[in-house]
Ligand binder design. Structure first.
Ligand code: URP
Ligand code: ZN
Ligand code: ZN
Length: 495
């Protein structure tokens, strides 16, 4: 007892806890935003939540989402840090990692400063930043990037496609060399830019402009080739990479083969590759534009491949890739008009709030993955890969009290009207789920309560999280072995 007062700020009682490894029943005692006790019949809390019969899981980490990111044309992302993190919290996510994107000709530091200004005072939950490197000048490679990695920006994304963002193989190697030396994580958007441009040109010449043709301009082989190349570049420098938003069988095969031979290849997938197909782009009129994202959703057989890969441990991370553009209005999907060709439609779909409910419903309750796999891919894995573990990503003494108490029920349809983002549609409208986060707790504060519809009115309570270097990655058995065998020559090259 505290001088007669309650022993804890919060106690979550009778919790059916799952981490990435365990399932057990306990009370969770929280003080000053941190888990300080796990046990049975804990002393009282200033606030008590009875979770009897309900799962209590670590808060989700959405390690790939785009919030208030400048786009380079007249389109505007519909969610800023306030609406985006509100929506995330209502969907059971307690940490987001969006992207500070370097503008070509600009510095990385400018991008980071600008992004902090956009986040400051607005986030409801905690956040870290990935960098996006679009212009790897000697100054970036030698000074800016190493300095930023040292200051807690320990992961960066690079693109193999999109004219304004893409890097060539030589530039990618330059960046992988920095990642190797500084122990950072490189995330790669793997699609072959020239194949896409070549196919798109021919499709537009023949008048194939509707949203459905987006999927044909970015066929699986286009992703497979780039995935293979990204893996090869990573192996050349014996440096980990994470292939983001993997869409189907062909890319999975490349990743799995690399993992089987012991290469340090990590992978992420997203709800759109489990719950949407290319048919969702083939709707009347311009409706299909709602589901334009890259890589595009594939077919049912590819969905099955992604489900199997989830179960077989191919993916360390399950993210939303929330890239929020409104369907109606002049600055979203219709920024180039209602009949714009598919290549002019902003890429990306909303998904921050629905990510966990979809996977919990179909994956855990549907028996396709177990609850530990769910926690691993939605929370623990991203925390480890991006240097936030064990502060985030688990339920353990000393960890931040980021918790989700889950409600389960008979199937209910997802309705955009019930969501909290600032987008005017969800691609999952009408799809049934059997679970939603009932209570979301961020550092000991209840920020979402489904029964009452309560959302904490607390923009600005979210804190910036500098990330550690993901050290575990660099002590892998693979690294030990390859160091001992064939990779000494990299040291001879100063790498
Ligand atoms: O279509 C997508 N995925 N848009 C978001 C940007 C990206 O490449 O992740
Ligand atoms: Zn991408
Ligand atoms: Zn993305």
């Amino acid at each position: 007892m505290n001088g007669g007062g309650p022993a804890f700020d919060l106690v979550v009682r009778n919790a059916r806890i799952a981490t990435g490894a365990d399932v057990y029943q306990a009370d969770i005692g929280v003080s000053n935003g941190v888990i300080v006790a796990l046990g049975v019949r804990l002393a009282g809390g200033a606030r008590e939540i009875d979770a009897a019969g309900r799962w209590v899981l670590p808060g989700g980490i959405d390690a790939h989402c785009h919030l208030d990111q400048p786009t380079g044309d007249d389109s505007v992302m519909a969610d800023d840090f306030e609406s985006g993190t509100r929506s995330a919290a209502c969907g059971g996510t307690t940490t987001v990692i969006p992207f500070a994107c370097q503008q070509r000709g600009g510095t990385l530091q400018d991008a980071v400063d600008d992004y902090h200004r956009r986040a400051e005072g607005r986030a409801l939950i905690d956040y870290a930043f990935h960098l996006i490197v679009t212009d790897p000048t000697p100054h970036v490679l030698e000074h800016e990037l190493p300095a930023l990695i040292a200051r807690g920006y320990t992961s960066f994304k690079i693109y193999m496609t999109y004219d304004a963002l893409k890097l060539d193989d030589r530039q990618i190697l330059d960046l992988l060399a920095v990642a190797r030396r500084e122990k950072a994580m490189t995330m790669i958007h793997a699609e072959n830019a020239d194949c896409i441009a070549w196919l798109t040109e021919r499709m537009l010449e023949r008048g194939f402009t509707a949203p459905q043709y987006h999927a044909l301009s970015r066929l699986p082989v286009v992703e497979r080739e780039a995935t293979h190349r990204a893996i090869s570049l990573s192996e050349l420098l014996d440096t980990p990479v994470l292939i983001v938003h993997v869409s189907g069988r062909e890319a999975i095969e490349q990743i799995q083969q690399a993992q089987w031979r012991g290469a340090p290849i990590y992978a992420e997938t997203c709800p759109q590759y489990l719950f949407l197909t290319e048919d969702d782009l083939d709707l009347d009129g311009f409706e299909g534009a709602k589901c334009i994202c890259s890589p595009p959703p594939r077919d049912a057989a590819n969905q099955d491949s992604v489900w199997r890969a989830l179960d077989h441990g191919v993916f360390s991370v399950f993210s939303s890739d929330h890239a929020p553009f409104r369907f109606d209005g002049p600055d979203g999907k219709k920024v180039h008009g209602e009949n714009a060709s598919f290549d002019k439609v902003p890429n990306g779909i909303p998904g921050l709030e629905t990510r966990l409910a979809l996977l919990f419903s179909e994956g855990v309750l549907g028996g396709r993955i177990d609850v530990n796999q769910f926690v691993e891919m939605t929370s623990t894995g991203p925390a480890k890969l991006y240097g936030l573990y064990p502060r985030k990503g688990t339920i353990a003494i000393g960890a931040d009290a980021d918790l989700v108490v889950w409600d389960t029920f008979d199937p209910q349809p997802i309705r955009n009207a019930d969501l909290h983002h600032n987008v005017d549609y969800t691609p999952y409208e009408g799809r049934n789920v059997r679970a939603w986060p009932g209570i979301t707790i961020s550092r000991g504060d209840v920020v979402w309560e489904r029964a009452t519809g309560f959302v904490a009115n607390a923009a600005g309570r979210g804190r910036f999280l500098p990330c550690e270097r993901p050290v575990a990655l660099h002590r892998s058995r693979h690294e030990q072995q390859t160091r001992n065998k064939g990779f000494r020559w990299l040291a001879a090259l100063g790498l």
